[in-house]
Design a protein around this ligand. Structure first.
Ligand SMILES: *Cc1c(COP(=O)(O)O)cnc(C)c1O
Length: 378
């Protein structure tokens, strides 16, 4: 099956009672045993649920992994993955990862005695310098947020394999439609399905896809033990959303490319960050590991000409909101909003400026989207 066919058909359980075409929702918290030790594959919804299972099979197929676990949020997916580690273990990750992941690592998991280095992941030789005898995991996010830097997944996986380190890729921005980390050598591909996978800004969720059965079993154990699995109704919504992922990603990207080109030439824009621009320093690397550039972009507004507040107030089609990946365009200021959970020092280190504006480009008409930006900038 090709990707678009998988998105529509994989995991979608055929209901044998009434021949419904879509997967039913099974809200039942518990399932009847036929006799001691004998049930129909499910006993309790935290541990397993037919609707969630359908979604897990679908996402595992799209990412080309052996299995997926779907979780209540993207952060609970990260929590379950980080619980593969023990006190004394060391993790290398980027200095510009998602703010919530940074907060989780620097607070709760640091308190448990796990060590993190937040570094510039652009140079593989730099990463090598940080590997010690206690290093267990490399955590990649690419493209990064909000500056859309690209990290070389293949090269990092090569070093990691030599040292038997687990490589985790947060694939939320690209989705498996554009990027398949497991095929590039990663062990785990992780998602906030809240974003593109669901795509309609109406549910929060996460997914963890593993390359090996051994890892999949450990992740399943963690998700069940922590109690962070996705609810049946939410699983059903995400399964509905994922079916149109390929169509949405194509349109998101077409719009993003046009908007990036428009911004890149605007006199009130100091710099535009989008890996699909030929001037982006990682344009070629992005093409070598992904089949697209995604639809997240950001830009630095020249605040000597126009303040963020005045700019945002004039926009008609872009909601001033955090989150991303929905059909509607969203806009925000990372310094004050999505990345406020990082210390000021960490934001500076990541290169995030106060005048940086992040756009999650929706699937509206690109002419409307550009016209709106144009009138707000003018
Ligand atoms: C949103 C997001 C998360 C966290 O997901 P939630 O569903 O909000 O818990 C993690 N990583 C990235 C890249 C994200 O954009």
């Amino acid at each position: 099956m090709k990707f678009n066919t998988k998105a529509v058909h994989e995991g979608v359980r055929k209901d044998e009672s009434y021949n419904s075409v879509i997967t039913p929702i099974y809200p039942s918290s518990t399932f009847r045993f036929d006799r001691i030790g004998e049930n129909r594959g499910y006993d309790y919804t935290r541990s397993g649920n037919p609707t969630r299972k359908a979604l897990e099979e679908n996402i595992a197929a799209l990412e080309e992994g052996v299995a997926a676990s779907c979780t209540s949020t993207g952060m609970s997916a990260s929590t379950a993955v980080l619980h593969l580690l023990k006190t004394g273990d060391h993790v290398i990750t980027g200095n510009d990862i998602y703010g919530g992941t940074y907060r989780l690592m620097t607070s709760l998991f640091s308190d448990m005695g796990i060590k993190f280095d937040f570094i510039d992941m652009a140079s593989v030789s730099n990463i090598k310098q940080y590997i010690t005898s206690t290093t267990k995991m490399i955590w990649i996010e690419t493209p990064s947020n909000p500056l859309l830097r690209i990290v070389d997944i293949r090269a990092i996986c090569r070093i990691a394999q030599e040292q038997s380190l687990i490589v985790v890729v947060d694939n939320t921005f690209m989705t498996p439609y554009f990027q398949k980390p497991l095929l590039l050598g990663a062990d785990i591909s992780l998602h906030s399905t809240t974003k593109y996978i669901n795509g309609h800004s109406d549910v929060v969720g996460g997914a963890i896809v593993s390359k090996t059965l051994d890892l999949a079993q450990k992740i399943y154990f963690n998700v069940n033990a922590l109690g962070v699995s996705e609810a049946p109704f939410d699983s059903w919504l995400v399964l509905r959303g994922v079916k149109t992922l390929p169509l949405r990603m194509e349109k998101h990207q077409q719009n993003a490319l046009k908007i990036a080109e428009f911004l890149n030439h605007h006199p009130k824009v100091i710099h535009t960050y989008y890996p699909g621009l030929k001037t982006h320093p990682n344009y070629e690397l992005c093409q070598s590991q992904s089949s697209g550039f995604g639809a997240m972009l950001s830009f630095d507004l020249d605040e000597s000409q126009l303040t963020l507040d005045d700019f945002f107030a004039k926009l008609k089609y872009y909601s001033l909101a955090e989150s991303l990946g929905g059909v509607e365009s969203l806009i925000e200021a990372p310094w004050y909003m999505s990345h406020a959970s990082m210390s000021e020092e960490a934001r500076n280190l990541a290169g995030i400026k106060k005048c940086n504006v992040r756009v999650s480009v929706g699937i509206e008409d690109s002419e409307d989207l550009i016209e709106d930006l144009s009138q707000a900038l003018d």
